[in-house]
Design a protein around this ligand. Structure first.
Ligand code: PEP
Length: 243
């Protein structure tokens, strides 16, 4: 089933749990897609409570690769699972650029997520300079090589997010999305065989109610990772409805 996952990034105070409550109520009208919200870590317990018993899954935005230890300010995958979340985003381009995360770090985080029983939403995507140089497919292929754990892929989701499309209002063309998602599908099939066909590939980058149906109809687009438009329940639900 299509997955619409919302990434709240560093947005949301306790009052915004009301948006989660509205999403939970609104989801009762839609059964065509799985829905997930990834709020800031401090809101995880309240979000899990608000979504309890509903179709809304709760995920986190990052985890440390270690289970515990001297890592001031970090949170582990085990802590995220303990809070009741079911997934964690790893390798978001903002983590890669703001915190210098490399593919090996992303791989270690994805493996930590799996060890904690979480699904890992592994983000990949090229910069505009890399796309302009004609290197987009090569860059994403290399990120997949370095960031995706081997073994059973049933607990991974790949999110293709061209860096230049995140939070900019620009989206990739349907042809470019189709070519990249086909490339990712082939990579998954060559690494995981038939199981690779089942892995969901999300598109992310300025997805909003006005363009969601078009993007979600592109072959091998199995959902969306949504930033800005996931902050308001009405917008998020409109994207779920478009799936
Ligand atoms: C994101 O944060 O992953 C994202 C795609 O953001 P936006 O939808 O705001 O571009």
């Amino acid at each position: 089933m299509t997955l619409i996952a919302g990434n709240w990034k560093m947005n949301g105070l306790a009052a915004e749990i009301s948006e989660i409550q509205s999403i939970v109520s609104g989801l009762a009208n839609y059964s065509g897609a799985d829905a997930m919200i990834c709020p800031p870590a401090l809101l995880l317990p309240a979000a899990v409570k608000a979504a309890a018993g509903s179709a809304l899954a709760i995920g986190a935005q990052d985890c440390h690769a270690e289970v515990s230890g001297a890592h001031t300010g970090d949170i582990s995958a085990q802590m995220i699972a303990d809070a009741g979340a079911v997934a964690v985003i790893v390798g978001h381009s903002e983590r890669r650029s703001d915190h210098g995360e490399q593919d090996a770090d992303v791989l270690a985080k994805a493996m930590a997520a799996h060890q904690a029983g979480l699904n890992a939403i592994i983000c990949v995507g090229e910069t505009d300079r890399q796309r302009d140089a004609g290197d987009a497919l090569k860059v994403v292929g290399s990120q997949l090589d370095g960031s995706v754990p081997g073994g059973n892929p049933d607990n991974i989701v790949i999110a293709y997010e061209p860096v230049w499309a995140i939070g900019t209002g620009r989206t990739a063309s349907e042809d470019d999305i189709a070519a990249m998602h086909d490339h990712i599908r082939n990579w998954l099939a060559s690494h995981f065989g038939d199981a690779g066909q089942r892995v969901r590939i999300l598109y992310g980058g300025s997805v909003k109610p006005a363009n969601a149906a078009e993007i979600l109809s592109v072959p091998n687009v199995n959902g969306a990772l949504v930033g800005g438009a996931s902050l308001k329940a009405d917008d998020f639900l409109a994207i779920v409805a478009a799936a």
